[in-house]
Design a binder for this molecule. Sequence first.
Ligand code: NAD
Length: 349
Amino acid sequence: MWKVMVVGCNGIVRKWLDAFKEHDDVAVVTLVDVMRERCEKINEDYGYGAAVYEDMDEAFAQSAANLVLDGTPPSVHRDVVVKALQSGRNVIGEKPMSDSLEAAKEMIAAAEESGKSYFVMQNRRYLDGIQTLRQQLNKTYLGRHYLVCCDMFIGAHFMGAADGRGDFRNSMEHPVLIDMLVHTFDEARFIVGDAKATSAYCQEMNPPNSWYKGDAIALCTFEFDDGSVLSLRGSWATKCENTTAHGAWRVYCTDGTVCWDGAERVWVSKAQTLPSGGYFEEEGVREEIPLNYPGRKEHAGCVDDMLKALRSGGTMMTECHNNFHSLAMVYACIESSKTGRKVYLQEIL
Ligand SMILES: NC(=O)c1ccc[n+]([C@@H]2O[C@H](COP(=O)([O-])OP(=O)(O)OC[C@H]3O[C@@H](n4cnc5c(N)ncnc54)[C@H](O)[C@@H]3O)[C@@H](O)[C@H]2O)c1
């Protein structure tokens, strides 16, 4: 039986709790939040009758939980994850692993020392669009991918607590890089078969209409260790002409291109077999690809994979060692943006 302690009982954890409903071997036994009423609301809404704590140390000392769900803001993740692992519990937690690379390294070391698992929520690998796109690349008929392009332009407003306390993202220094683009970088890594970035160049900006204190736009270029390049533009403060939050993707390959609109459409353009006789290369043969992914989507899909791995004592694709490489892309961008130069990942790892 997985007896779960939830730390951080507000926004996103409800998606996890909804996903748990499909799993008979999961029971939420402990709820922790500095705002006690949030735990009580979850007890009421989900009918748990779980023990409630405001202080995580007290909860770690007293709870019978063997699995910790971390739904706190990024700056708290290190504390929750390290304490959970050191007290002999497995951890499943929200992205990003942390708000610093040093903290993430400490969390991985704690997982290794404890022999317990730490799995990270990167729900966007569990979308039928990205899974369908990846399948087309796996079939190899488009040749070798060499350039991945992504635009993610949305206007995202985070409201904060009803008591007037602002949301943590509004005052972060690099909100879109740390709290959003870690998703998009991880999506890109999934597309290129979990290749690792070797270099990053990034320019950040905050548009005049921005409601964020920190930079809400990042323009990024990465090189991967499989020789491919990612060109990505991401914004959290866009007015109009938005993409979906999952981004609009084009993957250029040696024999064609595969695209995903970040929603319901995946299509490929297969290059003409005869070389173009004219000045411009001719368009390829375009084909719409039906979405094809049997698993549950987003959080539910990732939760299913995490529980499957925990039950078997195995691992899953967003385990902390893998996920660290997506987080490292965030910090390479921050370093590049601060220094105005291309940063090699080996400098910061
Ligand atoms: N995967 C996704 O699609 C997705 C979407 C939204 C948020 N997130 C991530 O989920 C995490 C939480 O985001 P959110 O929007 O739910 O935040 P939130 O602010 O709504 O909830 C976080 C909760 O943690 C509590 N908390 C803060 N410090 C604590 C501490 N020391 N001890 C106990 N509780 C504490 C807060 O009181 C709050 O109730 C972040 O890492 C965020 O990036 C992921």
